[in-house]
Write a protein of this length. Structure first.
Length: 115
């Protein structure tokens, strides 16, 4: 724990890891973070292309309501596979790399890296 002091306020805060979902002890934290990163990239591309929700929906072959959920970060209805499909429909190459874990654990990890 670290303490931040200002003139009138004493605040205590904890520096978290790189995964807010893990910091909050949420189940499937790695998957949630991967989905959030994929969705962020999708939303970034849509914004860059200046597409409206209806245009995005047509391009991604979904209802406009799904685009609205994606924009608001409501990702429980989306699989990683579906988010990857959206990226390919947005003319992005997606690579999946599998390698032996460097750390001694009983399982590997899942991560998303932007090129």
């Amino acid at each position: 724990m670290s303490t931040l002091k200002s003139k009138d306020i004493d605040s205590t805060f904890e520096i978290g890891s790189t995964n807010v979902f893990a910091d909050l002890d949420m189940p499937d934290a790695e998957e949630k973070l991967a989905k959030a990163k994929l969705a962020h990239q999708i939303n970034k591309i849509i914004k860059h292309k200046k597409l409206k929700q209806t245009e995005s929906a047509k391009l991604l072959q979904v209802d406009q309501s799904k685009i609205s959920l994606l924009n608001r970060g409501r990702l429980s209805d989306f699989s990683i596979e579906r988010l990857v499909k959206y990226l390919t429909l947005l003319n992005q190459d997606v690579e999946i790399v599998i390698r032996k874990s460097k750390k001694r654990r009983h399982h590997g990890t899942l991560s998303v890296v932007y090129a």
